[in-house]
Design a protein around this ligand. Structure first.
Ligand code: ADP
Ligand code: 5GP
Length: 212
């Protein structure tokens, strides 16, 4: 059982480009969440900083970290490896800090299956439309249409995982989406997760539109 003084785990997942990294950064700034910085074998984007956005490592180093049992979870996503280091996360949680994760559905599944003693709250972020998602991916990846197209291919598979999450939000307006997530997080300290309601029918209709 977690104690009152323990931190909580907040996980954000989404199809690539829906805006979870942006939301995670905003939540960490405004709500003083500690971000779990993952390791990845992906190459850095032009604006990314090693140790801040990710720890960028090669395949050999990543495999060593797996072998040394350093990861709380890890997964292959878009042909690269991504993993969460166990030590800093558990240290932060036990010292009362809330930790926020930007990880995919595979990693979320692994963390949930571990029965760790800390409270976990999971969010799935949806884009307003496929067209806007493609636009966001194209703009972020330096107009590299190939990366955007590659990531769009996995959209249909990834979006189906919304059902595995506690809450689902649509990131149309960033401020509105941030407020929606913040409100749920604030409530989690005083209310049971199952008692916090969100409009599941709206999400169901939205997902149907996205995959049609
Ligand atoms: P993800 O982490 O889900 O792949 P990002 O947070 O990197 O997505 O967002 C993808 C791109 O979309 C970024 O360029 C980001 O600035 C932009 N973006 C995120 N949220 C919004 C929003 N609500 N409105 C417009 N652009 C957004
Ligand atoms: P990106 O390359 O756009 O930064 O991330 C690609 C995908 O990998 C996103 O869905 C992101 O959430 C996921 N991801 C990032 N870090 C981790 C991690 O440590 N573990 C897992 N399982 N997925 C991660």
């Amino acid at each position: 059982m977690s104690s009152q003084n323990d931190g909580i785990i907040v996980i954000l997942s989404s199809p690539s480009g829906a805006g979870k990294t942006t939301l995670v950064k905003l939540l960490s700034e405004k709500k003083k969440f500690s971000i779990s910085v993952s390791h990845t074998t992906r190459k850095p984007r032009s604006n990314e900083v090693n140790g801040k956005d990710y720890f960028f490592v090669n395949d050999k180093s990543f495999k060593k970290l797996i072998k040394d049992n350093e990861f709380l979870e890890y997964a292959k996503v878009f042909n690269n490896f991504y993993g969460t280091s166990k030590k800093p996360v558990l240290e932060n949680l036990s010292s009362g800090k809330n930790v926020i994760f930007d990880i995919d559905w595979q990693g979320t599944k692994q963390i949930k299956s571990k029965n760790i003693k800390y409270k976990i709250i999971t969010f799935f972020v949806l884009p307003p439309s496929k067209e806007i998602l493609y636009e966001r991916l194209s703009n972020r990846d330096m107009k590299d249409k190939l990366i955007a197209s590659e990531r769009m291919k996995d959209f249909y598979r990834d979006v189906k995982h919304w059902e595995d999450y506690d809450f689902v939000v649509i990131n149309d307006n960033l401020k509105k989406c941030f407020n929606e997530i913040s409100k749920i997080i604030d409530n989690i300290f005083s209310t049971k997760k199952s008692e916090i309601k969100y409009d599941k029918n709206l999400i169901l209709n939205h997902v149907e539109k996205l995959i049609s």
